[in-house]
Write a protein that binds this ligand. Structure first.
Ligand SMILES: C[S@@+](CC[C@H](N)C(=O)[O-])C[C@H]1O[C@@H](n2cnc3c(N)ncnc32)[C@H](O)[C@@H]1O
Length: 206
């Protein structure tokens, strides 16, 4: 199954048609809120922002957020949720329709780059490198990938046919002396009650 733009457009159209109100109220990712709550605000990139829950959380914590997704439907929904949240939030977000397979952030432009649960069509290390290129010196890269197999049951997860970031592939790119790995581990996927996520948090030293 190709996880391309058309596929995501259809998924978002269905999800928003069937329960758009619930989507708008989804809480931000728990890995992200626990790891990033103490970072001083600056410029952030939310790559693959979807419905925007993390973008809103970041904007609410003072970040100026560039939110990128290739689904026009998801972006339109996120933008209208931002407007409903008010100018404090909406005014801190720039929405960008772009394909992360080819879209590269401006070099070293962000104090924080986050990329959560995005299927990678090409090489994972290349994608990590592309996201990492947007992080300013002293800034943070935060990646989360849903792992395809639940280690407890041995069964395929919802991400079974997707390629998402893994700890090993991220760590192979985020090496010293340029990077300091702060978190690189698989953690239980509490929100789903099953499965694990690869959680990677790294600081650009230079
Ligand atoms: C599973 S959702 C995750 C959304 C959000 N990051 C979160 O954690 O809830 C994956 C999102 O990535 C977007 N996406 C997937 N591949 C993409 C690509 N190549 N370029 C841009 N966006 C992409 C999809 O449209 C979707 O909104």
């Amino acid at each position: 199954m190709p996880y391309d733009r058309d596929h995501w457009e259809q998924l978002w159209q269905k999800a928003l048609r069937e329960h758009g109100d619930k989507v708008a109220k989804r809480p931000p990712n728990a890995h992200l809120t626990s790891e990033l709550a103490d970072l001083p605000a600056g410029r952030a990139l939310d790559a693959g922002c979807g419905h925007g829950a993390e973008t809103f959380w970041l904007a609410g914590h003072g970040w100026e957020v560039t939110a990128v997704d290739f689904s026009a439907t998801a972006l339109a929904h996120a933008r209208s949720t931002a407007d409903a949240l008010g100018p404090e939030i909406a005014g801190r977000v720039t929405w960008v329709e772009g394909d992360l397979g080819v879209w590269a952030p401006p070099l070293r432009a962000f104090e924080l780059v986050v990329c959560l649960y995005v299927h990678v069509a090409g090489s994972v290390p290349e994608m990590v490198q592309r996201m990492a290129s947007g992080v300013a010196p002293g800034g943070t890269l935060f990646l989360v990938g849903h792992r395809p197999i639940d280690p407890v049951t041995g069964k395929p997860t919802a991400a079974a046919n997707q390629v998402q970031v893994s700890v090993a592939e991220a760590a192979s790119v985020l090496t010293a002396p340029t990077w300091q790995l702060l978190v690189a581990e698989e953690r239980p996927r509490a929100a789903a009650g099953t499965g694990v996520d690869a959680v990677i948090c790294a600081k650009r030293v230079s």
